[in-house]
Design a protein. Sequence first.
Length: 201
Amino acid sequence: MLLLTGVTDTGKEVSARRKLFVGKGKYRSVALRVPRQFTQPNPEEIQRIEQEKTLKQEIFARISPDRVWSGQFLPPVSASVSDVFGTVRTFNRKTESVHQGLDFAVPAGTPVSALNRGTVLLARSLFFEGNCVVIDHGQGLLTLYMHLSEFEVKEGNVVLRGQKLGLSGGTGRATGPHLHIAVRWQGIYLNPVTLLSLELP
């Protein structure tokens, strides 16, 4: 059961109750090859991975309670989707992970745009994500842009919807040049297709 409550502009309390049915999703599986370091990291790389894990936890917790975005969320590039949310991936026959975003089939050097207005929480190189940008849109909504070849923004910048964040690439754990985007809402990864398909005023 889903219960939503709120207050109108006039101060009137409103609520709605709906029954939801949740089922198990069906996702495909793929086998991929990546450089050995991404499935068998050395001690120095393991230390870096752990440090970045802590950094990401801190970044994901640093969100604005106020709504920053407005209007429709726009795709970051004009290209076809090459891999969907939920795909089970096996790297080098060793490491399994679930694809928590969308991949767009774009060559290296393609301009990547912000889905909507927000504040840049992170713009730096990470081991798995490569050159990565994280934008806080407020109210617990974050968007992530991974495997970039170049940055065009810095941490702390306020960006507008459609503003250039950088250029696509193949940095980090990637099988080749492409753009990966992810959406986090209140700490949970959601299918970006849902956000991009919402009709918002």
